[in-house]
Design a protein around this ligand. Structure first.
Ligand SMILES: CC(C)(COP(=O)(O)OP(=O)(O)OC[C@H]1O[C@@H](n2cnc3c(N)ncnc32)[C@H](O)[C@@H]1OP(=O)(O)O)[C@@H](O)C(=O)NCCC(=O)NCCS
Length: 144
């Protein structure tokens, strides 16, 4: 599997993958295209035989990175792709001397929380009812 930075031409493929994972952020093709045009945005994708199997989108400014959107194709989850995307993103962030990374995840999104915890991110706080009544947003983060 190859890891690479996404290009503007990937926006449609990224959106197609994203819409197969309802817990992803729901940016759609326009959202990906807008994000890819931001100078502080980085979208990594995992590709095999020309097919994008997963992506991780983050922004980084002033040494602080925030992960904004992550998804792996449903037929390829639990095969280490999410972990590999985080590893790639963190290595690139360290190479540009970023110091911290954080993200927010819904309290009932157990797979994503497990992925992030396994990568070393720790709970930092909670945004009450962020995802609707009874579903808080958990803020997680770590030093790089
Ligand atoms: C969360 C997601 C990106 C994980 O990707 P993945 O490629 O399946 O993750 P990996 O195979 O690399 O898993 C790495 C570790 O994360 C944890 N993990 C991943 N999926 C899990 C699950 N369903 N249940 C429990 N732990 C899980 C495990 O600790 C796993 O290590 P292990 O397989 O050795 O036990 C994927 O499930 C997904 O696309 N979910 C929908 C979108 C989403 O929730 N995005 C995040 C929004 S904040």
């Amino acid at each position: 599997m190859k890891m690479r930075r996404a290009l503007p031409a990937d926006a449609a493929a990224l959106a197609a993958l994203e819409c197969r994972q309802p817990r992803a952020a729901g940016w759609g093709e326009k959202g990906f295209a807008t994000e890819l045009a931001q100078p502080c945005a980085y979208i990594w994708c995992a590709q095999e035989q020309g097919e994008i199997l997963g992506f991780l989108a983050l922004r980084c400014a002033a040494g602080c990175a925030e992960i904004l959107n992550v998804a792996v194709a449903p037929h390829r989850t639990r095969q280490g792709i999410g972990r590999a995307l985080l590893r790639q993103a963190f290595a690139a962030l360290r190479a540009q001397a970023a110091e911290q990374v954080s993200l927010e995840v819904a309290q009932d999104n157990v797979p994503a929380q497990a992925l992030y915890a396994r990568a070393g991110l720790k709970p930092l706080g909670r945004r009450k009812d962020f995802y609707g009544p009874g579903c808080d947003g958990l803020v997680m983060g770590m030093n790089l």
